[in-house]
Design a protein around this ligand. Structure first.
Ligand SMILES: [Zn+2]
Ligand SMILES: [Zn+2]
Length: 187
């Protein structure tokens, strides 16, 4: 009898220790689930529901919580929204023509509306590079300096002195009707 009494005592102590550890784990899980839910949602109802599920269903409750909890924490969601916003700004900045502010595509070399040059093809690898870049980021070839395009003849001011004859002329200067850079002398 003495032996079985001792065994019973040991068994009781073992069960008490096991229950104590289990309760400690249970309470820790409730606290962890509450903190975790608080970092994922500001909704008070969701926080209370989390505590109820994890408290009323020991161990199983935490599994249910892990399956159903929101995928990202509030700080992760905030970081993602910041990233999305900055990406959107980058796209907005790149997809507008600096000349006329109309939408342009990233592969366009010139704006079809106002004819502003947007990008140039690399002299070596033909990849599109920004106009102000002096080397190609793809193949490191040096890019020629940007030369402004010649002004079309029909946009030249008819009285621009650049297009007057260099020598004094004897007679009347007559410009061609649609080309002010060409002129003839008549008496
Ligand atoms: Zn434009
Ligand atoms: Zn290149």
């Amino acid at each position: 009898m003495i032996l079985s009494d001792t065994l019973l005592n040991y068994l009781t102590i073992g069960v008490i220790i096991f229950l104590g550890l289990f309760v400690a784990l249970w309470i820790s899980l409730i606290i962890w689930a509450y903190r975790d839910m608080r970092s994922r949602s500001r909704d008070l109802f969701a926080q209370v529901l989390t505590i109820l599920v994890v408290t009323l269903l020991p161990v199983i409750g935490i599994l249910i919580y892990l399956i159903l909890r929101p995928a990202e924490t509030l700080s992760e969601a905030f970081e993602r929204s910041l990233l999305e916003e900055s990406l959107l700004q980058e796209i907005e900045k790149k997809s507008h023509c600096p000349g006329c502010s109309r939408h342009v595509q990233s592969r366009w070399q010139a704006c079809p509306y106002c004819h502003v040059r947007l990008k140039q093809a690399c002299v070596n690898c033909q990849e599109l590079v920004e106009m102000q870049w002096t080397i190609c980021p793809y193949c490191t070839a040096e890019q020629p300096p940007v030369v402004p395009p010649p002004v079309p003849a029909n946009e030249v001011d008819a009285y621009d002195s650049t297009y007057l004859p260099s020598e004094p002329v004897d007679g009347i200067l007559e410009y061609e009707e649609d080309d002010p850079t060409s002129w003839t002398i008549s008496d």
